[in-house]
Structures are given as structure tokens and as C-alpha cells.
Design a binder for this molecule. Structure first.
Ligand code: 1BN
Ligand code: ZN
Length: 342
């Protein structure tokens, strides 16, 4: 080559240049080649067996650079919300800290169209006030997309150190951040309603009658006032902050909606965090599933190996990651955007 056909010294410099180029290329392309796999385990730790995928993943949608894309969340801000929420301590229904959290959520929704669905729940431990909070972001299309998540913590854990950073905290925080993204923007699509559910947790022991107090009440109300048939999709978030994020394919959920969520995740390159495992989880989406509303539950129910941190004082902020909030928040916004195009 002409540039290399010079004195020995310059030839030497030229070879050194090529070696440097090759090293740079290896550094740049190796991580790309490795992308898409699961997070690596610390050395010496035997990884848990990856469950067999029960259904083939749907094809990823191709991106169209000329079409507008969905907005993205500020995950650092959402993470900060979790820190502020856990600072209230345990937040069971009827407690002063629960009341403080209600006010905290409402303060973040100032100026938005907000409604409360307040009622008294009859529970095995007596009567308790329950307050569902709904923030509405109107769209031009006829129909509603509901994104929900609970904000209460379990009553039986009221006198423990349980602060529910992931269970209760992460869902509350991501909805507040979604409100930030939806606020003040003209929605060229379905109306989006953010729904902070209350009384999700059992007051004594989980059963059909001792759980899901808020969603059972609102699903019934929305059935009688005709709202239910306008709901195009109901997407629940629960325990979505785990740093080792693995969202279940929840088997009571509508397969077409989960497929769409998987497509949204694939579009954003987050598919390795979705649907490697399948489980049946009777969560806050069930009152809507039972009434025929297309619903999906985005839950990571492997919080620590064997779910050991679930409903334990170890459910603290240090187990969570802003990246997980970014993944779930952006997938939710992308799913809304894709539903709008349907
Ligand atoms: C999720 C977080 N759930 C309660 N806190 C719902 C649930 C209840 C999931 C029982 C599995 C079993
Ligand atoms: Zn719980």
C-alpha cells in the first residue's frame, strides 16, 4: 500500500496502527455479539435452570425511522420516588403512612384530571377505608388503556420493618413517572388512565374475598357505569423494580396483549427480560380478566432466588435498579404507542 511503502520506521508505525485498529474493532463488536443473553451470574454461583419457554416468541416488529416513536421515562427520577415512598414506612390500609402516600401521589398529579374511588372495605380485621386513585389523560381515539399498580403494603406486616420497595413501591413510582410523560401532551390515540390500586394485599390471609379490595370494587363500578366495555387493554405492574428483572408470562393474561408487550420489548432490545417463565398469578388484573377485559400482569415473581425477598423486611431499595424501571416504563409507553396504531 502506498501509505505503507516508506521507510522501515514509518512501516513499523503503520503496522502498529493496524494492530490498534483491530483491537478497537474487537472491543467495539464483541459486546454487540454477546447482547441479548441473560445477565451473567457472579463467578462460583450456579445459575438457576432457565425454564423452557412455553410458547414461541412472536416476531419483533421492524422499526420505521420516519414514524414518531413513544416517549421514554426518566428512570433516575422514578427510582428517587421509590426512595421517598419507602421513607413513609409500612403503608397498610387505614394507617397514617398510607394517608401520607395518598397525599404524595395526589401532589404529583397536581393539575391533572384525577378521580378517587373511595369506599369502606369489610375485611376479616374489620372495616377499612380504601381509596383507588385514577389520573386520566384523554386521547383522540374512542377507547381507554388502563395502566395500574398497587400502592398499599400488607396489613399483617404493619408492625414489622417491611417497607415494600419493590412490592408496592415500584408500581407506585413507575405510574407517577408515566404521569410525567403523559402530562400536557396531545394524545393522538386512546385515552390513558393511570390507576393506583388500593387494598391489593390481604388483610389476614389471601383468598378471593380477602385481597384485591380496590380492583374488585372499581371493576364492578366500571361494569355498571359502562366504562368497562371502553377499555381496550388493562396492564398491571407489580414488583417491577428487581435489579435482576424477569417478567413472567402470566397465564391469566390475554395472550395477544402479552405478545404485543413482547413485541414492544423486542423493539426496544429488552426482550431478554420478558416471558422466559410462565406462572398463574391471581393479582389485581383478575377482577378485569373475569369481566372479559383484555388484561396483562407484568410481574417479576422471582424476587431473590426462590422469591425470598417477597413480603420480607429484605424488600428494600438496594435490591432494585433504575434500569428495571427504565425497561418496564419504556415498554409500557411503547405498548401504548403500538395499541394506538392498531
Ligand atoms: C403480588 C405482590 N401479590 C401480592 N403482593 C399478589 C399475589 C398473591 C401473588 C399471592 C402470588 C400469590
Ligand atoms: Zn405483596
Amino acid at each position: 500500500m502506498k501509505v505503507c511503502g516508506m521507510a522501515a520506521r514509518s512501516r513499523e508505525r503503520c503496522w502498529t496502527g493496524w494492530v490498534l485498529v483491530l483491537i478497537c474493532a474487537a472491543i467495539c463488536f464483541l459486546p454487540l455479539a454477546c447482547q441479548g443473553g441473560h445477565q451473567t451470574e457472579p463467578s462460583g454461583v450456579v445459575p438457576p435452570q432457565v425454564p423452557v419457554r412455553t410458547s414461541p416468541p412472536p416476531p419483533a416488529v421492524s422499526s420505521n425511522p420516519s414514524s414518531p416513536s413513544a416517549p421514554t421515562v426518566n428512570s433516575a427520577r422514578a427510582f428517587q420516588y421509590i426512595k421517598e415512598i419507602v421513607a413513609f414506612g409500612p403503608r397498610p390500609i387505614g394507617s397514617p403512612s398510607h394517608k401520607k402516600l395518598e397525599q404524595y401521589i395526589l401532589a404529583h398529579l397536581k393539575g391533572d384530571q384525577v378521580e378517587s374511588d373511595s369506599f369502606t372495605a369489610d375485611t376479616p380485621e374489620g372495616k377499612f377505608p380504601v381509596r383507588n386513585i385514577i389520573a386520566k389523560y384523554p386521547g383522540s381515539k374512542d377507547g381507554i388503556i388502563v395502566i395500574a399498580g398497587h400502592y398499599d403494603t400488607p396489613y399483617p406486616l404493619r408492625n414489622t420493618k417491611f417497607v415494600g420497595a419493590n412490592d408496592g413501591g415500584s408500581s407506585t413510582a413507575i405510574l407517577i413517572e408515566l404521569a410525567n410523560q403523559l402530562r400536557g401532551k396531545k394524545r393522538d390515540g386512546y385515552s390513558v388512565w393511570l390507576f393506583w390500586t388500593d387494598g391489593e394485599e390481604a388483610v389476614k390471609q389471601w383468598s378471593d374475598t380477602d385481597s384485591l379490595y380496590g380492583t374488585r370494587h372499581l371493576a364492578e363500578k366500571w361494569q355498571s357505569d359502562g366504562t368497562l366495555k371502553k377499555i381496550k387493554a388493562f396492564v398491571l405492574t407489580d414488583m417491577i423494580g428487581d435489579a435482576d428483572l424477569n417478567i413472567e408470562r402470566e397465564t391469566n393474561s390475554a395472550p395477544w396483549l402479552e405478545d404485543l408487550i413482547y413485541q414492544a420489548a423486542s423493539h426496544l432490545g429488552y426482550q431478554s427480560h420478558f416471558f422466559a417463565r410462565s406462572s398463574d398469578i391471581g393479582d389485581d388484573h383478575m377482577p378485569f380478566v373475569r369481566r372479559g377485559v383484555p388484561s396483562a400482569d407484568l410481574i417479576d415473581f422471582e424476587y431473590g432466588y426462590g422469591n425470598v425477598f417477597w413480603h420480607k423486611p429484605e424488600d428494600t431499595v438496594d435490591k432494585l435498579s433504575p434500569k428495571s424501571l427504565e425497561i418496564v416504563g419504556n415498554v409500557l409507553l411503547q405498548t401504548v404507542w403500538m395499541l394506538d396504531q392498531k
